[in-house]
Design a protein around this ligand. Structure first.
Ligand code: GDP
Ligand code: MN
Length: 384
């Protein structure tokens, strides 16, 4: 689950990281009043679950309260398209209005899980800001990473090494080390999968301030953080993915037109490969899970069928805990409810196979059966 910048900044503040004064607004008049309260000028920042806002017009500076209200009116209610969104973008329902910062330099600071080291890793750069991707590409030596042994936590020698790599000294080095420790505490105590400050700035009067904040929470640990669950903003999420997560269905929306219903994540991955090998592209990853009922399969297939990209559906089920007759009944139920006539390619194996096939064959749906993955790929090719 992703948090908004302003939500993440509240958490930063609780852990003693400096953030600019500011307020969240959702209308132009409040934007004007808030800017007045901040001394007459401010930065307006679209609160969306996507980075790259600065380059996409999602971060604007207002020199007067009137300008703030005009900018707010032009930003609110629009969809912001950034390099991190799809072509339709994400809705801008609120803005964070903040006092302007006197930036001397912009640094980058983040923590994520390093799968190679199997531990959290802190990533730092003295060249933070909007071009961090180019820095990573053109000057990889300007980016340092520090794996953190979870049993020990972030050690003083590590913060000393990192502040040296950032070229910091004296009180600035001390204050930055404090931010690093706070960031690690936030990461661990809130079960984050990613936390990022870009830019972490040094002001002209030598203060360290988090000008931006990105925080992703690990969904599987959310049950331990009831207070954070209420921060979820569904308006920022893919509609079908949000519906699927409500039903406990593992679903990721993809670009292609072959809808895939599968049980088991490994088989689902293999099914994406089958679709690709057939020269087609999958519309989704979907793992309906082992203990699914008719109704849950029907929900899953309905989610697939309500995606306008989908032109045909591939059901690939290994009937173990999920029996073939359950998969068949659920699929037929969804096709009937959605009144769909899309071609259906079914490859089933295992428990109650004959019963499952029988249900599908008698359903009146446009079904092609495949016994092997090769046959399934062939059927996909023929359905184009
Ligand atoms: P992002 O593009 O989505 O990462 O949005 P950021 O919050 O990082 O803002 C993008 C850029 O806007 C920053 O790197 C800063 O250079 C600039 N910016 C943000 N706030 C201020 C501010 O208060 N004053 C000035 N001068 N620039 C700002
Ligand atoms: Mn940023």
């Amino acid at each position: 689950m992703k948090l908004h910048e302003h939500q993440a900044k509240q958490i930063f503040s609780q852990y003693g990281i400096n953030i600019p004064n500011g307020q969240v607004v959702s209308d132009a008049i409040s934007a004007k009043n808030t800017t007045e309260g901040l001394g007459g000028s401010a930065v307006l920042k679209a609160q969306v679950h996507a980075g790259g806002r600065g380059k996409a017009g999602g971060v604007k500076i207002a020199k007067t309260p009137l300008e703030a209200s005009e900018l707010a009116a032009s930003m609110l209610g629009q969809h912001l398209v950034t390099p991190q969104t799809d072509a339709s973008g994400v809705p801008v329902n609120s803005l964070l209005i903040e006092e302007l910062a006197d930036i001397r330099s912009e640094m980058y600071l983040a923590i994520t899980i390093d799968r190679d080291h199997r531990c959290p890793v802190m990533i730092i750069s003295k060249s933070g800001g909007m071009d961090i991707e180019e820095v990573a590409h053109n000057n990889p030596n300007d980016i340092h990473s520090e794996p953190i042994e979870p049993v020990l936590g972030l050690m003083p020698f590590q913060t000393r090494r990192m502040t040296r790599q950032l070229g910091l000294e004296g009180s600035i080095a001390r204050d930055t080390a404090h931010v690093m420790r706070a960031l690690y505490d936030i990461f661990v105590e809130n079960d984050c999968s990613l936390i990022e400050i870009n830019p972490l700035i040094i002001t002209k009067d030598n203060r360290i301030i988090a000008l931006d904040a990105k925080l992703d929470l690990e969904d599987d640990a959310l049950f331990r953080h009831q207070d954070l669950i209420s921060l979820r903003d569904r308006s920022q999420e893919d509609r079908l993915e949000a519906e699927a997560s409500d039903q406990d269905i593992a679903y990721v929306n993809l670009d292609g037109d072959v809808g895939c219903l599968v049980n088991g994540a490994g088989l689902a991955m293999a099914t994406l490969d089958v679709a690709n090998a057939a020269g087609a592209a999958p519309a989704n990853f979907l793992d309906v899970g082992g203990g699914a009922t008719d109704e849950k399969v029907a929900e899953a297939v309905s989610i697939i069928l309500s995606d306008p990209k989908v032109k045909r559906v591939l059901v690939n089920v290994f009937g173990g805990i999920l029996r073939c007759d359950v998969a068949a009944r659920g699929t037929v139920l969804a096709y009937q409810r959605m009144n769909s006539d899309l071609p259906l390619i079914v490859r089933m194996l295992g428990t109650n196979l004959e019963e499952g096939k029988d249900i599908l064959a008698k359903s009146g749906l446009n079904v092609t059966f495949a016994d092997t993955l090769t046959e399934a790929a062939q059927a996909i090719r023929e359905s184009q």
